[in-house]
Ligand binder design. Structure first.
Ligand code: PLP
Length: 317
């Protein structure tokens, strides 16, 4: 299991590759939310999302990485692994389900990885990736059940608590749960009084429901919020969250859209849907967060063309 020493080692590794991200507080946003919010800007990462921390940490630790890696994802995980593979000169294939978004294919190819199209859904793409890894003799990378990914992602929470050790809570958007699990580990070690609260879309609640029920369940995946769209829970992050996560909130996709707009107008920040989910969680529980010092993680800023158009359009679009 990942512990604080792994996270400190990841921090010392990552310092050689990517600078810490800024964290600011915006008085107008605070006034709108009724709390002292600290906005952690992972949208400023080179791939536009926090996942690169985990990708670099995982590939740095792979003993036989010259043999190559295979991952499956359409989103930020794909870019994270492709970015890290380029950094270490590792051959990299990313499997995406049929009819992928061309801009996501282009982003991965621009990082030098090969895109393999296979499977109708992400579950089938995972099978294709497994076959591809076997065939090529490469390491298959799980999106979340990888201790090094959790260690790398933990550096984000280390930066937050080093900057503001007096926080009352950290609110984390959850898809597979690596971010929330890492936040729990860092808070336990450095700031046991700081709550860690997860947020997921009510339209894809697999991680939330698994945490509440104490067992891994599958759930329909109907959210349009990419980074939060997982239909199943992952064992490793669930195991950490089970004991250490304070609470887990669900918000609607509409609340997330409203939070994205507030992020644009009040914090001059373009957050993708997942990157605004933490703010949506705070706004959903105003009374609970009122007057408290709360970090919200803008986990990414990779809004696609359709998402941008909807954001700029009429309020109810
Ligand atoms: C992957 C992702 C998430 C969810 O993170 P998990 O570690 O999978 O829970 C949130 N926001 C963005 C932008 C992401 O890419």
């Amino acid at each position: 299991m990942t512990d604080m020493r792994d996270i400190l080692q990841a921090a010392s590794l990552l310092a050689r590759h990517i600078p810490p991200t800024p964290m600011w507080s915006y008085p107008v946003l605070n006034a709108a939310a009724g709390a002292e919010l600290w906005v952690k800007h992972e949208n400023t990462q080179p791939i536009g999302a926090f996942k690169v921390r985990g990708g670099i940490t995982l590939l740095a630790a792979l003993p036989d990485r010259s043999r190559g890696v295979v991952a499956y994802s359409t989103g930020n995980h794909a870019q994270s692994i492709a970015y890290a593979a380029r950094l270490f000169g590792t051959p990299c294939a990313i499997v995406m389900p049929e009819n992928p978004n061309p801009s996501k294919v282009a982003a991965v190819e621009a990082l030098g990885a090969t895109v393999v199209i296979g499977g109708a859904t992400m579950v089938e793409a995972a099978d294709v990736a497994r076959e591809e890894a076997d065939r090529l003799g490469r390491r298959l990378i799980s999106p979340a059940d990888e201790p090094e990914i959790i260690a790398g992602v933990g550096t984000l929470y280390l930066e937050i608590l080093l900057q503001r050790p007096d926080l009352d809570a950290i609110v984390v958007p959850v898809g597979s749960g690596t971010g929330a699990a890492a936040a729990c580990l860092v808070a336990r070690a450095l700031a046991p009084g700081c709550q860690v609260i997860g947020v997921q879309s009510a339209a894809a609640p697999a991680a939330h429901d698994s945490w509440r029920l104490g067992e891994m369940v599958l759930r329909p995946m109907k959210t349009r919020v990419d980074g939060l769209a997982t239909g199943s829970a992952y064992a490793l992050p669930q195991q950490v969250m089970r004991d250490l996560l304070t609470d887990f909130l669900l918000v609607t996709d509409e609340e997330i859209r409203a939070a994205q707009r507030l992020m644009l107008t009040h914090a001059h920040t373009l957050a993708e849907g997942a990157g605004a989910a933490a703010l949506a969680g705070v706004l959903n529980r105003r009374e609970e967060f009122a007057g408290r010092k709360v970090a919200i993680v803008v986990s990414g800023g990779n809004a696609g063309p359709a998402e941008l158009a909807a954001l700029m359009g009429p309020q109810d679009a």
